[in-house]
Design a protein around this ligand. Structure first.
Ligand SMILES: Nc1ncnc2c1ncn2[C@@H]1O[C@H](COP(=O)(O)OP(=O)(O)OP(=O)(O)O)[C@@H](O)[C@H]1O
Length: 289
């Protein structure tokens, strides 16, 4: 572990000792914060997003490593979700939205004409704030994507995909005996894991999570956080969270956004113990947001 001694950010007006005291109010960084990172999976270069006349993101450049959890943090309205949606072109579905700049996945421009956004969204899955299972059985929720994308040619193959995805999402043991019951009959936390299983079933490489725990109780939240940590071994994960404590617990990289701009990015431990920018310090210590 690196030292947690706080170095005052450049241009800071207050002294070291009082800053150190202030930083002690920042959330404790979890044991996984310094895990090794994979190669760059997604690279955003000068990305701006406009909703009609309104510019919501300004020239954001950010590299996101594979096999890593990257947390996007910042006050409400700073553009976290907007940025998240640029990575699987979900902004394309909002009328009047314009995205400029370049987003590469494995070096390939995801906005290139030859990219099919439906296939891209299978490769870059998304989990939303509120669990949104289809009004179908648990089995069908997971089998839906593989069916559309032709990933199984027999019932046996499909059964295997469903079982493997539910296992990876940490839900199998709780639902194995009721696969044909409605997904909507599960608890909120189970529904969120079902949605994660649904995303996993189509063999994604990236999983985007937009405040995945905000509708869950602390126990269900802890389970999802544990799951995120397990999934990191296989996938590139990007999570938007309002919870500083959650960002500190689950991520290895953190990007802090403010008013549509990326203020600072770095290793989570560094951001939470030794931020370079004054605005980051003020946000993580709860002075605004
Ligand atoms: N569909 C839309 N049409 C117009 N403006 C939008 C739309 N979606 C978001 N915005 C605006 O873009 C800005 C960034 O919004 P965004 O939802 O990305 O922020 P956020 O950081 O995710 O906020 P929150 O934490 O509250 O979810 C805000 O000013 C928001 O009002």
């Amino acid at each position: 572990m690196k030292s947690r001694i706080f170095r005052a950010p450049e241009g800071s007006s207050t002294g070291g000792a009082s800053e150190a005291a202030t930083l002690s109010t920042a959330p404790a960084v979890g044991a996984h914060a310094s895990a090794p990172l994979g190669p760059i999976k997604i690279a955003a270069r000068d990305v701006s997003v406009f909703y009609g006349e309104k510019q919501a993101l300004f020239d954001v450049s950010l590299e996101i490593p594979d096999k890593t959890v990257t947390a996007l943090i910042g006050p409400s309205g700073c553009g976290k979700s907007t940025f998240l949606r640029t990575m699987n072109r979900m902004n394309d579905t909002i009328p009047g939205t314009r995205v400029t700049g370049r987003i590469e996945m494995d070096g390939e421009d995801i906005n290139d004409r030859k990219i099919d956004p439906v296939l891209l969204r299978a490769q870059v899955g998304m989990v939303f704030q509120k669990p949104n299972p289809f009004p179908k059985s648990i089995y069908e929720n997971v089998a839906y994507g593989p069916k559309i994308h032709g990933l199984a040619s027999t019932k046996g193959e499909m059964d295997e995909i469903v079982q493997k995805s539910l296992k990876r999402a940490g839900l199998w043991d709780e639902v194995a005996d009721r696969l044909h019951s409605p997904g909507t009959g599960l608890s909120g936390g189970q529904q969120q894991r079902l949605v994660i299983a649904r995303a996993i079933a189509v063999e994604p490489e990236v999983i985007l999570m937009d405040e995945p725990c905000s509708a869950l109780d602390p126990i269900a939240t802890a389970k999802i956080e544990e799951l995120i940590d397990e999934l990191r071994e296989r996938y590139c994960i990007v999570i938007v969270t309002h919870s500083m404590a959650q960002a500190a617990r689950v991520s290895q990289r953190t990007a802090f956004f403010h008013m549509g701009k990326l203020v600072e990015t770095g290793d989570t431990e560094e951001i939470f113990t030794n931020p370079r920018e004054r605005r980051t310090l003020d946000y993580i210590t709860g002075r605004f947001g």
